[in-house]
Write a protein that binds this ligand. Sequence first.
Ligand code: NAP
Length: 210
Amino acid sequence: MGKVFVNIGLSLDGYMAPEGMRMDRPDHMNWGAKWGAMMGWLLRQQHFRENVLKAGPGGETGPINDHVRSTFERIGANIMGKRMFDQGEVAWPEEAPFHTPVYVLTHEKREPWVRPGGTTFHFVNDGPERALELARASAGDRDVRISGGADVVQQYLNLGVVDELEIALAPVLFGGGRRLFEHLHAPGPAWRIDRVLDGPGATHLRYVRQ
Ligand SMILES: NC(=O)c1ccc[n+]([C@@H]2O[C@H](COP(=O)([O-])OP(=O)(O)OC[C@H]3O[C@@H](n4cnc5c(N)ncnc54)[C@H](OP(=O)(O)O)[C@@H]3O)[C@@H](O)[C@H]2O)c1
């Protein structure tokens, strides 16, 4: 069985997204620019541009790009929350940047949504444990990525099923937004630092559950 890992970007002050996200106005409260300041490093990597985003050739190479490649190659299935999905449904290209089954935790009942390029969104109404069971079954020997948002990451941390916590900590302050570390039941000293990789746009931290 593969691992379960969280892989997200984070502002220096601990937010997964700045305040003020609106579907109808992506630039409300400068949201898009703030998001870009946090995640721009990823959008510049060759592997992400060519193989995940399918944005054409080019991009940065080197240790951060190698890290991005190995991250995407290990993923057999993704799990995400409905708010992340809602945002992506209007923003992602037709070939959504996952290329695996994606299990969306939601109260909404909806048929699977098949996208070109190997991404199928499955809408799961039976809670995080069931979504993980389905994701593990599709992933086989590969790993399950908890993609976000904060609400969903917190649920999996609280279930104690996250093996690795990967955070790309960007040198940007949001001052408010969707905080990653809240609503945690037992945030004891359960993690050890496994790896730190420096990049110009973010520090890539990996924590492994002890
Ligand atoms: N920094 C990063 O790397 C990163 C990654 C991903 C997302 N994000 C950002 O995170 C933000 C969204 O995060 P969020 O914490 O607000 O929301 P979220 O985790 O994406 O989604 C929460 C929603 O999912 C549904 N849901 C969650 N758990 C459920 C359960 N157990 N059963 C049924 N439904 C469940 C509920 O929606 P319904 O009741 O409507 O179904 C809930 O309101 C976005 O702004 C996105 O841009 C950042």
